[in-house]
Each structure stands twice: as structure tokens, then as C-alpha cells.
Design a protein around this ligand. Structure first.
Ligand code: ASP
Ligand code: MG
Length: 435
């Protein structure tokens, strides 16, 4: 069971989490995020230190410390509990104040970012103890590891986790999401939003019966609820559908968290802490139904077109183009080709200047920044009657830069300029879902 930042962000929410984890008798590992807002504050603190701005950093630490002091006062009732929590705060904030005085490094940055999950799990554990809920803390830094390419290895995690679990006869384990150790043995993390990933890796490693992701929304929706006026929660998705949606913009789930669950065939449930009896979304091997399920959008996309008359009837051209992206470890999201040109999209343009330089010998290179991929996802969507007609009728007024169809059976993607996003999502909501 994984609980996100808002699900543990207030004392009364922690109370609710304690009820949810004790609602049945099954053994479980509970993965917690940092309290909502904490990781953002830690990022700010770290940035201030990196910029050599110590007084700003100190102020930010003090503000965060006060927030936690208030939090424990509301969370805990007993002298013993408050005492224990006070010690936890002292330990972690002392650490932050010490860092203020030493020179900043990337390794220190990771240490700073790890404080949020360490705090939330320790405070929650004290709360559980105060309420006589039997449990054990499971330190993520002792089993969650990534390799030199930042990839977690389920095999290694499995072995270490099994050893740790063997040492205890408890039924409830509390552990940190997000944080891990890297190949050098240093504290590291699974990137922002990575607690979902932690949960799914753990579920895979212990062969869990289910991986429950508890958030503050009632499942994955058919469209972006922040943008269009009417959306609904999807009952069931296949792993493939969920992966495409998470990757192409559905913010509810970290995109990488699908593969471990899929590979080890652990069903994932997206549930709402505020409304625990709601059905939520089940992500499993089977899609449940055929047809369009959802629309998602991903911003910050750069399109690159390489045009070359030499591509005509030539072979090996695409390989050379793709090799450039491989060299700069930049992944491509969408591709379209014609006989004389190829267009690809990337979402990470830190190496764009180098990439352009290496592509230029192959032909004319054109760049379009600030684009959005709109992805229409659904089981067997390509074979579902009328979907294509409805889709293109719906977006008739929108200039489309690229279309990708047929790459998978479950996805049609459109590339549009960012400023058409809201209109496109609304038009698709009407055209495909009648909303
Ligand atoms: N606390 C981390 C973040 O805010 C990880 C997570 O919540 O998933 O990104
Ligand atoms: Mg999250």
C-alpha cells in the first residue's frame, strides 16, 4: 500500500492511513511519500545552498522545521510520543543545519532530498506505536538500490528485502518511497514522484497479491480533470494502456511504475484516501473492454525534422539518425517518416545543441519547441470502428504537426503546438466521450 504526500500531509490524514492499513489482517508493506510540500521545500533548500545563498537556505529550513513542530503537536497525544517525535525532528533538522556549513555537492543534494520520506515514515511509526498498532520500520536505504544507469534491479532488491523481512514476524511494515542507494552506495532517489515506483518495485520483489496506490483522486481519469470540465474515473486498464497514459501525461502515476508490476504480473489499484470505498482504477493484464479509454497530454516536447534528398531510396539513414540520439542518451517519443524526411520528438533537450550539430551533416535540421503530445489510448483502438473518423472530425480546427498511428494497437498520438492543448483536449472529450 503506497500513500502519497497529501494522504499523509495532515495529522488527520495519517489517522486515516492507520485505519486503512489495519482494515484487514493481511501482511503488508506500507510505502510513504514525504508530507505534501516537503520535497518541494527540500528542493528549494538545496537550490539555495547550491547558489551559495546560505541565509535563504537557513530561513527555508527554519520554516520547514516549524511546520513539522506544529505537525507533531497535532499528531501525537502522549508525552512519550511527542518526546520521540521531537528527537526525530532534532536529528533530521540538525543534519540540515550542519549541511549549511559544509560545501555543497550533488551527493549532499540527494541527502537533503531524502529527509522528507525519512521524516514521514518515522513520525508515522511513532503515531502507530502511540496507538498500539504493531508494526516495524523497514529502511528503504537497506534494500532499494539502483545501478550505474539509475535503473533499479528487482533481483537484487528481492534478495535484500527477503533477508530483512525474515528477521521480523510483524504483519505491517512501514518503508520510505522515493529514496534508494546508487551504485556507489550513496543515498539517491528514484526521481520526483518516485514513491509509486518504489511501491511497484517492492510489490514485484515480494510477489504481492496487489499493489495499492492511494492518492487524493478516485483513479485514472479519461481526460485531464484540471483542463476539461467533465471527466470520469476509468474502471480497468491493461498494463499497456496504463503505461501509455502515465507516460503521456496522466499525472496520477509515475510512468516507470508500470513495468515492474507488469513484468511480475502484480495488479495495481489506484485508490482514493478521501473516499476509500470508491472503486478506483484497476490496472491488470487484461484491459476489461475495447475502444477509447482516455486522453492524456504531455508538454515540453521538441520536434526535430531531418530532411535530406539523399534519403531517397537510401538505406541506413534512420540508423544514423537514431545513433545520434543514442549517443546522447536521449529517448525518442514519437517518430514519423516520409521518403525524404524524418521527424522525431524528444522531451529532454539538454543535449539538443550537440544533437543538432551531429544531425546537420545528414540534411536540413528544423526544430519546433514548446509542443505537446496528445495521446489517445485504448485497447485495440486502431481496430475499433469509427474511432479515427471521430478523432479527426473532433480536432478539425487544430493544426497537427505529427500523427503517430499503428506503433501500438492501443495508442494514437498527435503532436500539436502547446497553445492548442486545452482546446484539443476539450474537443476530444466531446468528440470521443460525448462529454
Ligand atoms: N516525495 C517525492 C516527491 O515529491 C516522491 C513522491 O512523493 O513520490 O517527488
Ligand atoms: Mg505522486
Amino acid at each position: 500500500m503506497k500513500f502519497g504526500g497529501t494522504s499523509v500531509g495532515k495529522p488527520e490524514r495519517m489517522n486515516q492511513v492507520s485505519q486503512l492499513i489495519t482494515a484487514d489482517d493481511e501482511s503488508k508493506i506500507v510505502v510513504l511519500s514525504a508530507l505534501s510540500g516537503t520535497t518541494n521545500s527540500l528542493v528549494d533548500i538545496s537550490n539555495a545552498m547550491a547558489a551559495g545563498n546560505k541565509s535563504d537556505a537557513k530561513q527555508l529550513i527554519e520554516k520547514l522545521e516549524n511546520h513539522y513542530k506544529d505537525f507533531i503537536k497535532q499528531l501525537l497525544k502522549t508525552e512519550t510520543g511527542l518526546d520521540a517525535a521531537g528527537k526525530v525532528l532534532q536529528e533530521h533538522f540538525e543534519f540540515l543545519y550542519i549541511i549549511l556549513r559544509i560545501s555543497f555537492s550533488e551527493a549532499l543534494n540527494k541527502d537533503i532530498l531524502a529527509q522528507g520520506e525519512l521524516l514521514s515514515t518515522k513520525l508515522f511509526s511513532i503515531y502507530l506505536t502511540e496507538n498500539n498498532i504493531d508494526h516495524a520500520l523497514l529502511p528503504a536505504l537497506e534494500f532499494m538500490t539502483i545501478d550505474a544507469y539509475d535503473e533499479p534491479q528487482v533481483g537484487a532488491i528481492k534478495v535484500k528485502l527477503a533477508q530483512l523481512l525474515k528477521q521480523s514476524d510483524k504483519k505491517i511494515f512501514i518503508t520510505q518511497g522515493y529514496i534508494c542507494r546508487n551504485a556507489k552506495g550513496e543515498v539517491d532517489n528514484l526521481k520526483r514522484g518516485g514513491s509509486d515506483y518504489s511501491a511497484s518495485l517492492i510489490a514485484a520483489a515480494i510477489n504481492a497479491s496487489v499493489c495499492e496506490i492511494w492518492t487524493d483522486i478516485d483513479g485514472m481519469h479519461n481526460n485531464d480533470p484540471r483542463i476539461v470540465n467533465k471527466t470520469f474515473a476509468i474502471e480497468q486498464l491493461s498494463f499497456e494502456e496504463a503505461a501509455e497514459l502515465a507516460y503521456f501525461g496522466a499525472k496520477i502515476l509515475h510512468p516507470a511504475s508500470i513495468w515492474p508490476a507488469q513484468y511480475y504480473n502484480v495488479p495495481v489499484k489506484l485508490l482514493n484516501t478521501m473516499e476509500p470505498s470508491a472503486k478506483g482504477t484497476l490496472i491488470a493484464e487484461k484491459a476489461g473492454s475495447v475502444g477509447v479509454k482516455a486522453v492524456a497530454a504531455k508538454d515540453g516536447i521538441t520536434a526535430i525534422r531531418v530532411k535530406s534528398s539523399r534519403m531517397l531510396l537510401a538505406y541506413g539513414f534512420l540508423r544514423k539518425v537514431f545513433e545520434v540520439f543514442e549517443k546522447y542518451r536521449t529517448s525518442i517519443d514519437m517518430i514519423t517518416t516520409s521518403e525524404v524526411a524524418v521527424s522525431v520528438t524528444i522531451d529532454n533537450d539538454v543535449n539538443l545543441p550537440d544533437i543538432i550539430k551531429e544531425l546537420e551533416p545528414f540534411g536540413t535540421v528544423e526544430i519546433d519547441t514548446n509542443h505537446t503530445i496528445v495521446s489517445i489510448v485504448g485497447n485495440e483502438i486502431a481496430e475499433t470502428k469509427d474511432v479515427m473518423k471521430k478523432l479527426f472530425d473532433a480536432i478539425e480546427p487544430i493544426p497537427v504537426r505529427m500523427v503517430s498511428y499503428g506503433g501500438s494497437k492501443h495508442n494514437v498520438s498527435l503532436l500539436i503546438a502547446r497553445n492548442y492543448k486545452e482546446q484539443t483536449l476539450q474537443l476530444l472529450n466531446t468528440g470521443l466521450f460525448g462529454l
